[in-house]
Design a protein around this ligand. Sequence first.
Ligand SMILES: *Cc1c(COP(=O)(O)O)cnc(C)c1O
Length: 363
Amino acid sequence: MNNRIFNFSAGPAVLPESALKEAQKDLLNYKNCGMSVMEMSHRSKEFSEIITSTENKLRKILNIPDNYYVLFLQGGASLQFSMIPMNLYHDNKPVDVINTGSWTKKAIKELKRIGPFNMVASSEDKNFSYIPSIENLNLNPEASYVYITSNNTIAGTQYQEFPKTGKVPLVADMSSDILSRDLNTGDFGLIYAGAQKNIGPSGVTLVIIREDLIESASEYLPTMLQYKTHAEARSLYNTPPVFSIYMMKLVFEWIENNGGIKGIEALNNEKAGILYDAIDKSDFYYCPVEKDSRSKMNVVFRVVSNNEEFESKFVAEAAKAGLSGLKGHRSVGGLRASIYNAMPLAGIEALVQFMKEFERRNA
Ligand SMILES: *Cc1c(COP(=O)(O)O)cnc(C)c1O
């Protein structure tokens, strides 16, 4: 692995080595253009091919219906917290929100500036350690949309199934689990994700939005904040993050070469299974997340008695052993292994091995 370590960072996160190597090969001279992708016009034939191919690959991988736009935007997932209500909220139609953690709370903070909402469910009562039941939600059939965070990067929870919202568009922040498993795009009005967790470098935000939803925004919104602007210009209204989009294309190629979304999903199930199994079988570690809500992307765990000294020691010694980024989010403490798509199985095996040794030395 030529000095590369296993990187368990929550984001920006590990990328497939094949994608990095391909980028390295192309860096100085992309396809005999005599320049890198970073240096070429976003209106050039070469870049036009890159962005079209990136979109087409994603459409194929996720089987995205024709009545959805795929947009490559900037401002991170965080700008979507504002853009979504700006474009999708309608007067006197409060938004229904399911609150599953820090990222939902940040989205609510921005939503509040635009319009009212109803919290139809929340797991804040138990420190966001579970996903509320999606049965018997008191959803408003007149809501502007229903808002969820599909994978909670910090709390380590993930929806196993999504609420059925009928005619009301379901909007999901999938920043930390997009392309980790198969899903039916048609069940959603809008899906979005900052790229830096599972699909590329930071700087580009993916938005998949149903056609009719781009029409509803006020024409008085700033041009750059209207989905319609970017949909009509095919993400080329202004200069897009060219290199990030190109990297995304290479990541999509890696997915294609690894059995597509089904292959990736199977690998993720295997990886998460091995790690949770090791935690559950040990008397030294435990997982604070309810079993049926556990994330396959961000595995949150602690040492029993929540001994913070042991946890700091764990993080430091793991880093020395080539396993980096295992500290839990500063807001919750503990340990967290982010095992996104590009984390190889060998990384999970190395982590489990290290956990056993650490337990033996410290239990
Ligand atoms: C990381 C993350 C964000 C924030 O992404 P930025 O691109 O930094 O704005 C939002 N939501 C979730 C679920 C995340 O994991």
